[in-house]
Ligand binder design. Structure first.
Ligand code: PMP
Length: 450
């Protein structure tokens, strides 16, 4: 293993720690005072830290960089556009063109409004759903993350899966201090993929529910997917009870298929939230959906924002969506990802490490457990200590997944054969390193709760 120096990288961490809480700009980037990832440059599937150490990047900014870091076409399109101004508080042709692209690429999306982050998109989607139905309560699923606003920061992927209580009477885990307690009454948190519990909840209070919001693939919990028929079941129940079905496609949108999870699974939501891959890492988000539902905007429902549809984000999205539109790039990413998944699985099998890989080639999770997981509560059976040790060995050798196994391995168009081969060879080395540490033989955590 090549010895790496981290002197300048650590100096930057130390400066940050003096002026930023936890020394980072977002809590999710906190790995530890001497471990926080630092990046000074990115190109394609690679990033470099302040000491010039190179990493094959599988975090991709938590998913947005679908085409690769610093993609020339996207950057040039943005540079050209912003020379003529960045923001106007007026309609631009770029906005119209991007919305036309979204409408043509995404099933069932008739009307679209822009936002600037996934958080904003899900917040607006909830308001639209509440206004459309005249109801206030919302169902979300355990282990799903929909952004930082108070309404949905309950039992997210950051929650402790051992304190969620009985499945039939889940404890709602408030993910942050500072959330008004009255919001607890507006949210129901249910286990994913559980048909019976959903049925029971709806029989009890289905006519008070404005929306069911769902990440069709749990992009914040191992990339667990829906059981056969689950999304169709949610669609049918929403129709039966007059509930708005919201797909949070912030991670899956323009990544798992051109039309996102709606296309991949053949189920249409009423509202869909997009962000991340829509603009290859430039800040842009959108909420779109069925005409009848979206049309409440302007009829007593507020949506707005100074930066909504700004030139930087829309120029980037215009170029990104143009490149993604015919589906070839996403097909190639999926194929590369599946090669990586197969290689990783083979290495783990050879080492005798129980595992399951979930998701698609473009975003997948590695769970270290014997029986595969179908919902967030199953995280208790994952050998997190082993995974974290493995991730640390990978990062030390220049392959950077997130140390949290719940976060996907993301691939982009620039992960070519050379990058995949290098990753697999380093993966094998990292497994050998943890093997010699004795961690692999450690018993998986005992699952005592229900
Ligand atoms: N929804 C999902 C599924 C997400 O994964 C995220 C962020 N990881 C968000 C919403 C929030 O997006 P943002 O960080 O852009 O606010």
């Amino acid at each position: 293993m090549v010895t790496r120096s981290y002197e300048k990288t650590q100096a930057l961490r130390d400066r940050a720690a003096k002026v930023m809480p936890l020394g980072v700009a977002s809590n999710f980037r906190y790995w530890g005072r001497t471990a926080n990832p630092v990046a000074v440059r990115g190109e394609g599937c690679y990033i470099w830290d302040a000491d010039g150490n190179r990493y094959i990047d599988y975090r991709l900014g938590f998913g947005p960089v679908i085409l690769g870091h610093g993609h020339p076409t996207v950057c040039e399109r943005v540079a050209r556009a912003i020379r003529q101004g960045t923001i106007f508080a007026a309609l631009t042709e770029l906005e119209v063109r991007v919305v036309e692209r979204i409408v043509s690429m995404c099933p069932g999306v008739d009307l679209v409004r822009f936002a600037n982050s996934g958080t904003e998109a899900t917040m607006h989607a909830l308001r639209i759903a509440r206004a459309y139905t005249g109801r206030e309560k919302v169902i979300k699923f355990e282990g799903q993350y929909h952004g930082m606003h108070d309404y949905l920061l309950w039992t997210t992927a950051s929650s402790n899966p051992t304190v969620l209580g009985q499945r039939r009477d889940p404890i709602k885990y408030q993910q942050s201090s500072g959330i008004p307690s009255c919001i607890r009454d507006l949210i129901l948190t249910l286990p994913y993929n559980d048909f019976e519990l959903m049925e029971l909840a709806l029989r009890r209070e289905g006519h008070q529910i404005a929306a069911i919001i769902v990440e069709p693939i749990l992009g914040n919990s191992f990339s667990i997917g829906p059981k056969p028929g689950w999304l169709e079941f949610l669609r049918q129940k929403c129709d039966e009870y007059g509930i708005v079905l919201i797909f949070d496609e912030v991670k899956t949108g323009f990544r798992v298929a051109v039309g996102g999870a709606q296309e991949l699974f053949g189920v249409q939501a009423d509202l869909v939230c997009y962000a991340k891959s829509i603009a290859n890492g430039f800040p842009l988000a959108a909420v779109g959906g069925r005409r009848e539902v979206m049309e409440v905007i302007g009829r007593g429902v507020s949506h707005g924002g100074t930066y909504c549809g700004n030139v930087v984000g829309t120029a980037a999205a215009d170029a990104t969506l143009e490149i993604l539109a015919d589906g070839q790039v996403l097909k190639a990413i999926d194929a590369q990802g599946r090669k990586l998944m197969a290689g990783v699985s083979e290495i783990l099998t050879r080492a005798g490490i129980a595992h399951h890989l979930k998701g698609t080639g473009a975003m997948f999770g590695i769970m270290l457990m014997t029986e595969e997981a179908w919902e967030f509560r199953d995280v208790r059976r994952h050998n997190a200590a082993l995974y974290e040790a493995l991730a640390a060995e990978l990062v030390a050798r220049g392959v950077m997944p997130d140390p949290d196994a719940l976060e996907p391995w993301f691939l982009c168009a620039a992960h070519d054969d050379a990058a995949i081969e290098e990753t697999l060879s380093i993966f094998a080395e990292a497994v050998a390193a943890v093997q010699s540490s004795g961690l692999i033989d450690a018993e998986p955590p005992e699952d005592t709760s229900e």
